[in-house]
Design a protein around this ligand. Structure first.
Ligand SMILES: [Zn+2]
Length: 269
């Protein structure tokens, strides 16, 4: 079974002490690919360095809506240049986050639109971070029509909004949230929407699984997200893993040759 963690901040310093051990655990667990989303310009180099020379780790680059303050137009130019080398699999994470407040609403919108322009120019998918702003983001996606769609990370919207994203060529990222019995709406969507709608993620070190609250989340726990997901659908983990792996590759196939067959040979669990 092969799993793709489509959203994991493995470059964060919290993993400095045991990153290699976690990657070894990922290999055992079948987590063969991990996409590391960019958050702020100051850490793009760190993120790229973390992926460099490691099989199965891929960078995405972008400015997260919660971190727009402190960025300026020169960062956008630098992002444009970095995306030109063909190594990043996606532009992200980008979006609107009105849950953290709307003080930076104008800047958030500016960065979202500017980065959607880059996704079009570089023909890259986008990783979306959206909280309390799905309709505002959907409106822009309809207008921008990014050619390769993307992932709505940690999807938190209504079923109607989910269907609108799917119609625009997006897939929904599902992570630790699905392991919580109280997440009734999300669990209903997991049971109801087609398998083709979904990709897996951990958002590690954030979004701890049910029972692990207060602890650092890790990408090698992705099989537990898969297990919750499959049990809600009453489908086998093997079937779900196969389709979600395919969904991830279709979306995040990268520049020419960037993603071929997995080079690692994960365990058979
Ligand atoms: Zn994230």
């Amino acid at each position: 079974m092969l799993l793709f963690d489509t959203h994991c901040h493995l470059d964060f310093p919290t993993f400095d002490a045991d990153r290699e051990a976690i990657l070894a655990a990922c290999e055992q667990a079948g987590v063969a690919r991990i996409l590391l989303p960019g958050v702020e310009a100051a850490h793009w180099n760190r993120l790229q360095a973390c992926c460099e020379g490691r099989d199965g780790l891929y960078p995405a680059l972008g400015v997260h809506p919660g971190f727009v303050a402190g960025h300026d137009r020169s960062d956008l130019e630098r992002l444009d240049a970095l995306l030109s080398d063909g190594k990043a699999l996606a532009v992200g994470e980008i979006g609107l986050d009105f849950w953290v407040g709307r003080e930076t609403e104008k800047e958030q919108i500016w960065w979202l639109e500017a980065q959607l322009d880059l996704a079009r120019a570089h023909r890259l998918p986008v990783l979306l971070h959206v909280r309390k702003a799905h309709d505002q983001v959907l409106k822009r996606l309809r207008h921008w029509q990014v050619p390769r769609g993307g992932v709505v990370h940690a999807f938190s919207g209504s079923t109607q909004q989910a269907e609108q994203y799917l119609a625009l060529g997006f897939r929904l990222g599902v992570g630790g949230g699905v392991t919580y019995p109280r997440a009734k709406r999300l669990r209903g969507q997991v049971a109801q929407l087609p398998l083709e709608a979904w990709v897996l993620e951990t958002d590690a070190p954030d979004m701890p699984l049910c029972g692990c609250q207060g602890q650092r989340n890790r990408p090698d726990l992705l099989p537990r997200v898969l297990a919750s997901f499959a049990s809600l659908r009453e489908e086998s983990e093997a079937l779900v893993a196969k389709i979600l792996w395919k969904n991830s590759l279709e979306l995040l196939s990268g520049a020419e040759g960037a993603v071929q067959q997995p080079k690692r040979s994960p365990g058979s669990q």
